[in-house]
Design a protein around this ligand. Structure first.
Ligand SMILES: [Zn+2]
Length: 343
């Protein structure tokens, strides 16, 4: 069964904008992406009057606190879960690969590595097992090995000094060494004075949130920009208002980008009133408060381009977000693994 999606305008994610474009999919993969005049025939034709682009990727969710179907119908075709009970979340991640699953593809970090009693072990939202309490560097290395063997897509570390103790520098070093030996990135929840600096010093690869609890120095941000990326999650600092936390985060993020750092879109779905699917307010904050161009925002919201042999995960919007980013709120069609799931 082949599917052809035909649109007046297609953005393939790599800077290519095609007028009168088409994407043909078979078996969950893209077999053609280009001008519709040159597209091969397909069993099923879907013509949508809109703007086609890759499905949106949310790099920070807690999917068990949300409805996976609503996430997919809202235009998000892949998510990365950054904190849950390992047995449950890795099983769900495996299930998300099956055609019968109604939801985005799920990648997962499993639990957060933390100190005894540290964040998130005392949080009401976090069931037992969401934090893996470490008992020294050897135990930290063993935890990384267990998670890598279970299929973790990243290793999450909790450096939340406002909620309790945090892993030691020796434990951090063991985590980073072990994760990198398995080609896994380490992402950190950083909260409280000095924790961002510890993360940078330890060679951690990513901030799971834009740091919001202190203004980081240009020097630290320049160092971070060379080796780390930041998952935005800006809206959870204010939920539509303007707060000191949002101002601090945006100031850090602007200067991180000026230093050449990479920002990816993430919402922390499951934390407070974040809607499932594309979160327009997060995209608009990146554009308006962080001064990213609409195309830079779209790149931050997607993973790679629509290309032959790539995953057939697409969305179509009612108008062109490169002209007006609000178009992200006008979703017309979602295609996941080559199947039309809505539209
Ligand atoms: Zn989170």
């Amino acid at each position: 069964m082949t599917l052809k999606v035909k649109v007046p305008l297609a953005w393939f994610g790599d800077g290519t904008l095609v007028h009168h474009g088409a994407v043909v999919c078979e078996g969950g993969r893209v077999t053609y992406a280009g001008p519709s005049a040159a597209a091969p025939p397909a069993d099923e034709l879907l013509e949508v009057d809109g703007f086609l682009m890759p499905g949106v990727v949310d790099r920070h969710v807690h999917i068990r606190l949300a409805d996976p179907g609503a996430v997919l119908f809202g235009g998000v075709t892949a998510v990365r879960d950054l904190g849950w009970v390992p047995e449950e979340i890795f099983a769900l991640a495996n299930a998300s690969e099956l055609p019968s699953f109604t939801g985005p593809v799920i990648r997962a970090a499993g639990p957060m590595l933390t100190a005894p009693g540290g964040y998130p072990t005392q949080e009401r939202w976090a069931p037992a097992g969401t934090g893996r309490e470490l008992a020294g560097p050897e135990d930290a290395a063993a935890a990384v090995t267990e998670l890598a063997n279970a299929g973790a897509a990243a290793i999450k570390v909790s450096l939340n000094a406002e909620a309790g103790s945090t892993p030691s520098d020796a434990e951090l070093a063991a985590i980073v060494e072990g994760a990198h030996a398995r080609d896994l990135p380490v992402t950190a929840h950083v909260q409280g004075r000095g924790q961002a600096e510890r993360a940078v010093g330890a060679g951690i690869d990513e901030f799971a949130h834009t740091p919001w609890t202190e203004r980081l120095s240009d020097l630290l941000l320049a160092s971070a920009a060379r080796t780390m990326r930041i998952v935005s999650t800006l809206d959870i600092f204010s939920f539509g208002d303007v707060t000191p936390e949002l101002r601090t985060a945006c100031d850090n993020l602007v200067r991180f980008r000026e230093a050449g750092g990479t920002v990816v879109y993430g919402t922390d779905l499951g934390n407070g009133a974040i809607p499932p699917g594309i979160h327009l307010r997060e995209a608009l904050l990146l554009h308006e408060a962080v001064r990213m161009t609409p195309e830079e925002v779209l790149i931050a919201m997607t993973a790679g381009s629509i290309a032959v042999d790539g995953p057939a995960d697409l969305i179509v919007l009612g108008s062109d977000p490169l002209v007006r980013l609000q178009a992200l709120g006008d979703l017309r069609t979602v295609v996941r693994a080559g199947r039309v799931v809505s539209g």
